[in-house]
Design a protein around this ligand. Structure first.
Ligand code: NI
Length: 186
């Protein structure tokens, strides 16, 4: 499957307060796989995610109450990039009992960052837009992104998952006071 962000449309990202963000999204029907409608939506979501500088975007965030999301993981010192991917009708289950706190933001809640506990490792089963089954194990940041996006399919946002609302910060202040402080640590 060839996903070219250049032929895709930029979609409007809805923000917290729009009722669709709080709905439980519907599964993508079986006869939609490989359709132009679903393939185009996937492409448009990838383009929108990249142009908005996000690492994930769920269909409800573009006012489509359907169970699919796009995500990608930038290259780090330890891990290779996971290129932009669309997962349809995903099901996730945790592996083990380990939780990990990490910083999250959301294109539907612009400008804010907060610490969110997530399962450290998960198993994911889903389909591609062409219907091909996908099965993967994710940990660390990838597991975090997938859990965040999967939550959107159930009308849940990262604020709902925060166990300590005191960590909530605006991005410039987060970068100045928190990120800088963390990178000072050995
Ligand atoms: Ni989000």
């Amino acid at each position: 499957m060839n996903i070219s962000p250049h032929s895709a449309k930029l979609l409007e990202v809805i923000r917290l307060g729009h009722p669709t963000l709080r709905d439980v999204a519907e599964p993508v029907p079986e006869d939609w796989f490989s359709s132009a409608r679903l393939m185009d939506l996937g492409r448009d979501m990838i383009r929108t995610m990249i142009e908005e500088n996000g690492v994930g975007l769920a269909a409800p965030q573009v006012a489509e109450s359907l169970r699919l999301f796009a995500y990608w993981v930038p290259e780090t010192e330890d891990e290779a990039e996971i290129p932009p991917t669309v997962l349809v009708n995903p099901e996730i289950r945790p592996i083990g009992e380990d939780f990990e706190e990490g910083w999250e933001g959301c294109l539907s809640i612009p400008g804010l960052r907060g610490l969110v506990p997530r399962h450290r490792r998960i198993k994911v089963k889903a389909r591609r837009v062409d219907g091909e089954p996908v099965s993967l194990t994710a940990d660390g940041f990838q597991a975090r992104v997938i859990q965040h996006e999967h939550d959107h399919l159930d009308g849940v946002v990262f604020l709902d998952r925060m166990t300590n609302i005191h960590s909530l910060a605006f991005e410039p202040e987060w970068e100045r006071y928190i990120l800088a402080d963390e990178s000072d640590d050995p």
